[in-house]
Design a protein around this ligand. Structure first.
Ligand code: G6P
Length: 369
């Protein structure tokens, strides 16, 4: 097992550090940025279905559901196709409306999650075209779907999903860009810029991983907090949910993720000097809005840990701690903002002497209801 961990203390940490290379593996042979081409067999063979889709419904559970939420923002922006993201467990039991022309995308790392599999079977019975995004080759979901694209993240052993999440987002971004090209919903220059930017993501993830020491220092300060709040907007709202889930799963600290502006409809009541608030505030996106959210937290004495773009000064003045990540376009920022949140959870869990790779009560794959 020590050998399998490749010198890391835990599989989770190894998998966090694998992200630059597995993201590259995920787009290798599929993304030809210089030529402006995206090649994915499962999409090419079914391009008409995606281009003519009236609606895309994404079904998934857990972290894969969070990747689906990121994809909702990306698909709608790039392709202008309306997207709904459903918990597979809810979808399967509520007689969902599926119309001709709807495309279902099922996302699953393991390809074995019982609820997701049942949702796929139901959608097929209703005549839908179902596309799978799985990591495990030959898994039940990859066999049950009409077509699909693998994430190529390699085996994920840690129960808390890390590299599966970022590679799922990578695949879904490639798919959206391919559809956008076919539909003409992105300008020529935007399309080419996204391709070029996507190609730089692995090296930027490697750069983001350099925040490890800072994340560890922050973890030491907040490891005994009973609660933690995560806030983000736009593309980074799902990242806030995922950051909170990661902390809960492995450190057993109660954590909630919220869209930053929703804070005033509830969570703000919880903020005092004992509440750490992790705010995702990259330069692109709704920066000014998030800065005012940070001011609201500060005026209530909340402890602010902000994830910011390298060189940021405005948030640095307000926050108790900042973690820097490289600059990128708004739509791709979740691939970078996720990294410090993974590391923060990891270090907190280690300091609390939790079983990081096999947290209590959780399974890597939930194959029964
Ligand atoms: C379990 C795992 C999570 C995972 C979820 C969905 O809860 O502990 O890490 O996100 O199942 O799994 P899937 O394999 O379908 O992505």
């Amino acid at each position: 097992e020590q050998i399998e961990k490749g010198g890391y203390d835990h599989f989770m940490l190894k998998e966090i550090y694998e992200q630059p290379s597995v993201i590259k593996d995920t787009y290798r042979g599929r993304l030809l940025a210089n030529e402006g081409i995206i090649k994915m067999a499962g999409i090419e063979d079914n391009l008409e279905k995606f281009v003519n889709a009236q609606r895309i419904v994404i079904v998934a559970c857990g972290t894969s559901w969070h990747a689906g939420l990121v994809a909702e923002y990306i698909f709608e922006e790039f392709t202008r196709i309306p997207v709904e993201v459903e918990y597979a467990s809810e979808f399967r039991y509520r007689n969902p409306i599926i119309n001709k022309g709807d495309v279902i995308i099922a996302i699953s790392q393991s390809g074995e999650t019982a609820d997701t599999l049942a949702a796929i079977k139901l959608a097929k019975e209703k005549g839908a075209f179902v596309f799978g995004v799985c990591n495990v080759v030959g898994s039940s979901i990859s066999r049950e779907t009409h077509a699909g694209a693998y994430t190529h993240a390699g085996p994920e052993i840690g129960v808390a999903s890390t590299k599966a999440f970022t590679t799922q987002i990578t695949v879904l971004t490639l798919i959206s860009l391919r559809i956008a090209k076919a539909k003409g919903t992105l300008s020529h220059s935007d399309y080419h810029n996204y391709l070029a930017e996507l190609e730089t993501i692995p090296e930027k993830v490697a750069e983001a991983l350099k925040c490890n020491d800072v994340a560890k220092q922050i973890a030491a300060i907040y490891k005994d907090s009973p609660n933690c709040l995560y806030l983000g907007r736009g593309y980074n709202f799902p990242v806030a949910l995922e950051g909170a889930l990661k902390l809960k799963e492995i450190s057993y600290i109660h954590a909630e993720g919220y869209p930053a502006a929703e804070m005033k409809h509830g969570p703000i009541a919880l903020i005092d000097e004992h509440m750490p608030v992790i705010v995702i505030a990259p330069r692109q996106g709704h920066y000014d809005k998030v800065v005012s959210n940070i001011q609201e937290i500060k005026s209530r004495s909340g402890k602010i840990i902000a994830v910011v773009t390298k060189g940021d000064v405005q948030v640095r003045d307000l926050a108790d701690h900042v973690i820097e990540i490289p600059d990128t376009v708004d739509a791709l920022s979740p691939l970078l903002t996720t990294i410090p949140l993974q590391l923060l959870s990891y270090h907190i869990a280690v300091m609390r002497e939790c079983n990081v790779d096999q947290p209590r009560n959780l399974a890597k794959s939930v194959t029964v209801e």
